[in-house]
Design a binder for this molecule. Sequence first.
Ligand code: ADP
Ligand code: MG
Length: 291
Amino acid sequence: MSAISGEVNVRVAVRVRPLLPREKLEGEESCVRVVDQCQLVIGRERAFTFDHAFGARNTQQELYNACVRPLIDALFEGYNATVFAYGQTSAGKTYTMGTCNQEDLLPEERGVIPRAVADLYATVRAKQRQHSAGSVAGSRHELRVTVKVTYIEIYREEIRDLLDSDRTDIRLREDDQGNTILCGASETLCPTEDDLLACLETGSAARVTGATQMNEASSRSHCVFCVTVTQEWTDKLSAGAQQQLQSATPAVRVWLCQLIRAIIFIAMIGTGFQPVEKWTVTKKGCGHSCS
Ligand code: ADP
Ligand code: MG
């Protein structure tokens, strides 16, 4: 595939956030330097290499363009994607993912999820325009795209549905192909970008938070925000297939021309005492599952 190198399906980026005002007041100094686009140095000489390295001056836009933007194109080409934020409490996971209250932020501070959502709907609109421009009068050319979202958190080993608190029986199961799948979580249909952002906002507000020494409003749970995109189209079919499509039952119709892919955003709470945030982007066929 063009957007992401074909050989590797996991890429790791590291991000070092600037010192917070409180940390500066306490006289703290950074012991980590990003020395080029792929490398950082801890202390004097311990160098670590990643696929991308972002320092205090790198913007949300730069990080998004390098790490997540290509995944949106990939989604429409038939790939699933997972964006995974990992790091110590206060490393900047929530800020980077954009699951904090967006109203308090400047547009340039918006995190990865709102940016991905904007690009996702822009891509849908562009594809639909392209499609209808390519249609022939009287033919069945049509592209239908549906976007659904699931938002859960894992708190003390229990799964909570952040978009429907009445759902209590959410379980992880294994399907017959050995994939780990989530059963019982709600899926909310989001016809517009605003609908999806509203889900992000209400779900994020419902997360369990608590003050820690390092962060006044620390998310005390792991959270998984899953956006599923279904494309259904009726073009590019041979005359025979077109005929079959016309007489097909709805189920067969879907089988003929449906493509379902998901992009999953995961933010984990701090585990251990890693000195810096690690930020991983993976691409693999995980469907609806969160493994
Ligand atoms: P985490 O979710 O990893 O516990 P947060 O995302 O809540 O950490 O970040 C902790 C604090 O650092 C917040 O006040 C956040 O606004 C700030 N912060 C994190 N990353 C950056 C950054 N790249 N630039 C500026 N401020 C940041
Ligand atoms: Mg957080």
